[in-house]
Design a protein around this ligand. Structure first.
Ligand code: SF4
Length: 411
């Protein structure tokens, strides 16, 4: 059976991110959300093993029925199982086809592999056991205004308590951020590959080894740097000059074309502060912040009051456009479910509606006229309903509200 595969974060996957060796993490990343009609068609039931195959590889997943998807579409959580069937082409966008992958689906006899097995096959080896941090447990120190580095929200209002070198509590972080601060699997010393395993080594030894490798290289390439601080990049450039190497960054194969496009035609945007203070209509397009950026709605958009939005949630209309009915779509005032790959048609339609001359929008942009018309009608109806629809009598689901609020986790 041919299927369209899309992937993304789930709350459980995000919470278990720092315990990749646990069965809970593997259980979540090996799930495959599928419409019940598709399950019927291949004669499978919930929990059965399903083999997903793409041009990049094949992997066994566990079937999880979900009516949030349209038939023919599969959703898989991010993780080693999803990565095993993703190819590396980014089309100049900076990200592989997490959202756009064609493949085939069939029943399988074997159970899904664990995350460790998948990583091991790709050359991974177990890291040494991370020792429990120790130290003076007599006093507890409170750090305020701590920045959470996990997602793009970069929440900077966290309150972290540390006792004996261990983070004991985190205030204001969401479930994902709390798990990051409370996890105890952070490597504190360098490690060196030793056959099929890694062993801990000292910093001096690690730096000396790296220097020798660079000095012995005939034509070294220093590549990457996209997640590196500016200060470290400066040092990297000096090292590249010193060893007569080549230095390059990820934009060569990722963001380069996007940046060139932005330089040519511009990049409309605004700060999240502007969104918070002014936005009356918020559109999440193909994103599910409740699971990927859990505090985005409560800090910047839907649930927060702004300078010109006194009543926060009451003053704003939330619109979600997506191919599946995500948790964010479930709390939206308007949800426009589009067909996979239909984004361009909907964008075209939205832009055509803005034509000041009032000319009829063209239908000859390589998309079936029916799809463009449908998208245009949907957006028109959506726009009219957004303008009229201010009825907040439907309560926001409690579970979603909780996720959108700050969490306090203690250990
Ligand atoms: S939303 Fe959560 S994960 Fe993202 S920065 Fe804020 S606390 Fe961290």
């Amino acid at each position: 059976m041919r299927v369209f595969i899309t992937s993304g974060r789930t709350i459980t996957q995000g919470r278990e991110l720092y315990r990749k060796d646990t069965p809970a993490y593997s259980r979540e990343t090996s799930r495959c959300f599928i419409h019940p009609f598709d399950l019927l068609e291949i004669g499978a039931e919930e929990g059965d093993s399903l083999l997903l195959s793409t041009v990049a590889g094949e992997e066994v997943f566990s079937a999880t029925p979900s009516e949030d998807l349209v038939p023919g579409t599969i959703f898989i959580p991010c993780g080693p199982h999803a990565n095993a069937i993703l190819h590396a082409d980014t089309h100049g966008t900076g990200a592989p086809d997490y959202k756009w992958l064609e493949g085939t689906l069939a029943r399988a006899d074997m159970p899904p592999r664990s995350g460790w097995e998948v990583l091991g096959e790709q050359g991974g080896a177990s890291c040494p056991q991370v020792p429990e941090p120790g130290g003076d447990e007599s006093g507890s120190t409170t750090f305020r205004d701590v920045v959470c580095p996990l997602c793009g929200c970069l929440c900077d209002d966290l309150v972290v308590q540390v006792r004996g070198g261990i983070v004991t509590s985190v205030d204001n972080a969401c479930a994902l951020g709390s798990e990051k601060f409370l996890s105890r699997s952070r490597l504190c010393t360098p490690i060196a590959r030793n056959g099929e395993a890694w062993t801990s080594i000292g910093f001096f030894e690690a730096i000396r080894y790296a220097a020798e490798v660079l000095a012995d290289a005939e034509r070294p390439l220093l590549f990457g740097w996209s997640g590196t601080s500016s200060e470290a990049q400066c040092i990297g450039i000096r090292i590249a000059e010193e060893i007569r190497g080549v230095i390059d960054n990820c934009s060569s194969i990722c963001h380069g074309p996007s940046i060139m496009g932005i330089q040519e035609v511009g990049h409309p945007g605004c700060s999240l502060g502007v969104v918070k203070n002014r936005a009356d209509v918020v559109i999440y397009w193909g994103s599910n912040p409740i699971e990927s950026h859990p505090r985005h709605l409560s800090r910047y958009t839907t649930y927060v009051n702004g300078r010109y939005r006194d009543n926060g949630h009451q003053d704003r209309t939330l619109v979600v456009v997506d191919i599946r009915k995500t948790d964010t779509a479930k709390i939206a005032d308007e949800f426009l479910q589009i067909t996979p790959g239909g984004d361009y048609a909907v964008f075209s339609s939205a832009r055509d509606r803005q034509r000041p001359c009032g000319c009829p929008p063209p239908n000859d942009r390589g998309h079936p006229p029916g799809e463009v018309d449908m998208a245009r009608r949907s957006l028109q109806e959506c726009s009219v309903r957004c303008a009229l629809h201010r009825d907040r009598s439907d309560p926001v689901p409690r579970q979603v509200q909780e996720r959108a609020q700050c969490n306090r986790v203690r250990r």
